[in-house]
Design a protein around this ligand. Sequence first.
Ligand SMILES: [Cu+2]
Length: 397
Amino acid sequence: MKSGHQVRPTSLKISHLGKALGLSLALAMLPSAALAAAPTPLPAYSTPAAGAPGAQAPVAADKGAASAEVAGNPVNNEGPTKDAAALPGYTPMKPTPGIGMPVDGGIGLQKQFSPFGEYGHWIHDVVLMPLVAAMTILVLVLLVWVAIRFNRRANPIASRTSHNTLLEVAWTLIPVLILVCIAVPSIDLIAKQYKPAPKTALTVKITGNQWFWTYSYPDNGEFEVNSYMLNLPGQPIINAGIREVGSKPWDGPSHMEVDNRMVVPAGEPIRLQITAADVIHSFAVPSLWFKLDAVPGRINEKVLFVEKPGVYYGQCSELCGVKHGYMPIAIEALPRAQYNAWVLAHAGGVIDGQKKLADTTTQAPAAAPAADASEAVPADNASEAVPSVETTASPAA
Ligand SMILES: [Cu+2]
C-alpha cells in the first residue's frame, strides 16, 4: 500500500497542480468559446419535416457558394430545369441492370464502355493483378520458408555469408523489370488520355454546383439543363420540387438517377469541358473510365468516347459540402439521330450549331490539317471538312 505516500502533497505541490489545472481548463474552453462567438450556419440539408415539401430550397448556398459568388464565379441559382420526362418526342432510355452502375458485392472494376476504359481494365487484369499476386505469393513463401527452415531450433548455427553477387544483381534487376512492365502500358494510357479531342468534336460543358450538375450544349444552341438527384420514397426530401425515384419506368437505381441526364451521342469523341460554380467537385463515371475535377475559375478538358448507347452512372468524387453524396451523374448515350431529336426537343436547340460556329470562327479553312479530317467526324458533318473551332465555351470567369 503506497496510498499514504500519495495523499501527503505539500502546499507547493498543490499550488502547482492548481495552476496546471487552471491552464488546461482554459485551453479546453478556448475552442468552445470561439465556436460560441462565431455565427454557426446550419447546413441547409437538415430537412425539418418530411411532410413539408419545399421546406428547403434546392439550391442551398453553402459557405463555398457565397464566397465563389464574391469571387466573380457564376453561381447557378435557377433551381431545377424542366424534368426530362416532359420533353416532347423524347423518352429517356431504360438502363440495363448491372450495366453502367455499381452492383451488389462487386469487387472488380465496372464493365467498361470506352476505349480507354478497356485499356485500363486490361492493364488492371493482365498486368497489375498477376504481378501483385505473384509478388505476394513469393514473399509469403519466402517468409514461411525462412520461419520454418531457419528458426533457432532448426538451424542453431547461422551461416556467416554476407555477400552474394548473383543474388544482389537479381534482386535489383527483377524489381526494375517489374516496374518497366507496369510503366510502359500505364504511361501509354496516360499519354493517350491527354490527347485533345478532334477539332470537329461536339463540346459539352459541365458545371458542378452545390449540389447538382449543369450540362450546357454550346454547339447545339447553348441550351442547358440542371441535373438533380431524384428524391427517395419515404425519406426526407433532398431536392425540393424533384420527383421520386421509381416514379417513371426508366428510372435507374436510387441515389444515382436524376431528373435530367447528360445526353450525348454514342460512338463519337466528345469534348467535355468541366468547371465548377462554387467549390471543387469531381465528375466521375467509373464505367466510362472518366474522372476529372471541376474547379471554380478553371476549365478542365478531356475526351469522352462512349462506345455504345446506354445509361452510365457516376458520382461527384470530391467532398463538396453536406449534399456531396446527393449529386450523382447519369450519362445517357444515344445514337446520333436520337441525340439530335433530344436536342431539338429543347427550346433553342439546334443541330448544326456546331458547323455554323465553325464557319463563323474560321480563320483559314484551307489550312485545316488533313489528319484532322480523317479522324472521327460527327455523323451529320461527315461529308464536309469542318474547319477548326478552338474553344466554343467561354471560361467561367
Ligand atoms: Cu460535388
